[in-house]
Design a binder for this molecule. Structure first.
Ligand code: AMP
Length: 184
C-alpha cells in the first residue's frame, strides 16, 4: 500500500497557543494548568517550537543546552541537535548516576532539590537552560544558581510558555536573558 505523507503546515504563534489545552483545577483547585501534550502530539507544533528556539539561539555561540526534568526534556534535545551541541539533563534528586552538584529551592510544601552531573559543564560553556513553562520562576531560578556554580561564560533561559501575570521573569538578574515563545 502506498504510504500517505502528512502535509506540513507552517504554524503561527497564535495557532500553537490555541492548541495548548487549559485544564482547570489541576493539579489542585485554583490552578489553570497549561497542558502542552496537545501541542507535542502535533508535528507542526513540535516543528514550530524547535525552529523558533533554534532561530533565537543559533547566533549566540551556545555550546550546551540543558533541559529541566521532565517537561523540559521534550524540545531541548531537538534544539541541541539542530544547533549541533550537546544536551545536558537537570534532574530531580537521586536520578543521576554519577557525581552530582545540587541546588535546593522552596516549593509550596518544603524544599525540592535538582541535580546536574559534576562533569557536564566547564568554564568555557555558553549555555541555554530550557523548561516548558515559566510560572513563578522558582524552578528556573534554582537551575540558574546550579549552573552558576560552574562559572560558565553566559547563561540564557528559554520557555515555550510564559504566564505573564505571575511576573516570574522579574526573579532573574539582567545578565540572565529570558526568552518565551508564547505569552499567556
Ligand atoms: P515555577 O517554578 O513556578 O516557574 O513553575 C514551573 C514549573 O512548574 C514548570 O516545570 C512547569 O512545567 C510547571 N508549572 C507550573 N505552573 C504550571 C501551569 N499553570 N501549567 C503547566 N505547568 C505548570
Amino acid at each position: 500500500m502506498e504510504q500517505q505523507t502528512k502535509k506540513i503546515h507552517i504554524m503561527t504563534a497564535q495557532e500553537v497557543k490555541n492548541i495548548i489545552r487549559d485544564v482547570p483545577d489541576f493539579p489542585k483547585k485554583g490552578i489553570l494548568f497549561k497542558d502542552l501534550t496537545t501541542a507535542f502530539i502535533n508535528p507542526d507544533c513540535m516543528r514550530w517550537f524547535a525552529e523558533e528556539l533554534t532561530a533565537e539561539y543559533e547566533k549566540k555561540g551556545i555550546t550546551k543546552i540543558l533541559g529541566i526534568e521532565s517537561r523540559g526534556f521534550v524540545i531541548a534535545p531537538i534544539v541541541a541537535n539542530k544547533l549541533n551541541v550537546g544536551f545536558v539533563p537537570i534532574r530531580k534528586k537521586g536520578k543521576l548516576p554519577a557525581e552530582v552538584i545540587e541546588e535546593s529551592y522552596e516549593k509550596e510544601y518544603g524544599l525540592d532539590t535538582i541535580e546536574i552531573h559534576k562533569d557536564a559543564l566547564c568554564e568555557d560553556d555558553i549555555v541555554m537552560i530550557h523548561d516548558d513553562l515559566l510560572a513563578t520562576g522558582g524552578t528556573m531560578e534554582a537551575a540558574v544558581r546550579l549552573v552558576k556554580k560552574f562559572n560558565v561564560k553566559k547563561i540564557y533561559t528559554s520557555f515555550l510558555v510564559e504566564l505573564e501575570d505571575l511576573k516570574g521573569r522579574e526573579l532573574f538578574e539582567p545578565e540572565i536573558e529570558v526568552t518565551s515563545l508564547i505569552k499567556c
